[in-house]
Design a protein around this ligand. Structure first.
Ligand SMILES: NC(=O)c1ccc[n+]([C@@H]2O[C@H](COP(=O)([O-])OP(=O)(O)OC[C@H]3O[C@@H](n4cnc5c(N)ncnc54)[C@H](OP(=O)(O)O)[C@@H]3O)[C@@H](O)[C@H]2O)c1
Length: 290
């Protein structure tokens, strides 16, 4: 436990301190998760964070729990911040960019988590020399175990790159990719939690089929996925080596592996990522009118 606390403290010490006003535009699931991450990692103090949303009840709750400033007015949020985190739904983005337009400054950093909306689209709406970062986080950011990829527009400075990475590092792991790789990121880690929930659900049912009570089976299935991921991450070993380490000749695991191979588990998951990637490309083309 102490080691864990030490790790967290060390991680926070490694962050790039921002200490500049940040506006969260759209304080929903992802926007509020990023806001909490920024505060917990002490990247910038709560009084320099402005949460902006259309829902006053949500804003009131965030202000009382996190001591952040709030507003219903996008223009005010933009005017009073240096860093703008775009966390609204794709269908709302054009309207929000329209409202942002008149208050935008050349030195603003715009970080978008909006799925499918390209840097060129945001640039066209807000200004061509603006620093724009496009990202694809995932829902696990809400429990500080997110997997995010960031892609930098050509006007993003080195300082702005550090700021953007720090925000997502505060809620999980971050990789840097080119913008055209974000569709594959969407297919893998953006949509990925849904695939893993299906795996968990099926493992639970397997346990129940073999006579375990549902609550016991649920606890074992979830912890098996969590523990396996943790071991893969902390050991740095290839998953095939870890699998071989728990596979006794003639034992139970090799029999189960044979069953999984004959049903094509690995091919299925590879195909799932590829199909989701292609769908992300299609949706992105539609959204950006390409
Ligand atoms: N959730 C994920 O797993 C995930 C993963 C990767 C990327 N993303 C991206 O993250 C973005 C946000 O997703 P989310 O799941 O956090 O959605 P969400 O919970 O619906 O959050 C969006 C928030 O924006 C608010 N909003 C709507 N119109 C607004 C306006 N004009 N000005 C300011 N705020 C406004 C919404 O309020 P109301 O609810 O009252 O409309 C809501 O609180 C999406 O673009 C999505 O593509 C999400």
């Amino acid at each position: 436990m102490q080691t864990k606390a030490k790790e967290v403290t060390q991680k926070h010490e490694d962050y790039h301190h921002i200490d500049r006003p940040i506006a969260i535009l759209g304080a929903g699931n992802m926007g509020s998760a990023l806001m909490k991450g920024i505060i917990n990692a002490k990247l910038t103090p709560p009084k320099k964070i402005i949460a902006c949303d259309v829902n006053p009840v949500k804003l009131q709750a965030l202000a009382s729990e996190w001591k952040v400033r709030t507003t219903l007015d996008i223009k005010e949020a933009v005017k009073e911040s240096d860093i703008l985190l775009l966390c609204v739904k794709p269908q709302t983005l054009t309207k929000v960019l329209e409202l942002m337009k008149e208050s935008i400054r050349p030195n603003h950093l715009v970080i978008s988590i909006v799925a499918g909306m390209r840097i060129a689209f945001i640039q066209q709406m807000l200004g061509t020399n603006l620093g724009i970062v496009r990202t694809m986080p995932n829902i696990a950011a809400t429990v500080d175990e997110g997997a995010a990829a960031v892609a930098f527009g050509k006007h993003v400075t080195v300082e702005q790159q550090k700021i953007a990475k720090s925000i997502f590092e505060a809620v999980g792991e971050v990789v840097v990719v080119t913008e055209d790789q974000l569709d594959a990121v969407t297919g893998l880690s953006g949509s990925g939690p849904a695939y893993i929930y299906m795996v968990i659900e099926a493992l639970i049912d397997g346990g129940v089929k073999m006579g375990l009570a549902r609550d016991i089976s649920t606890k074992l299935a979830i912890q098996t996925v969590l523990g396996s991921a943790k071991l893969a991450k902390s050991s740095g070993l290839h998953p095939a080596i870890l699998r071989d380490q728990v596979t006794t000749p003639g034992g139970t695991t090799i029999n189960a592996i044979h069953e999984l191979e004959s049903h094509g588990l690995r091919s299925m998951l590879i195909d799932a990522v590829a199909t989701a990637t292609r769908r992300s490309e299609e949706l992105s083309k539609l959204m950006n009118n390409l």
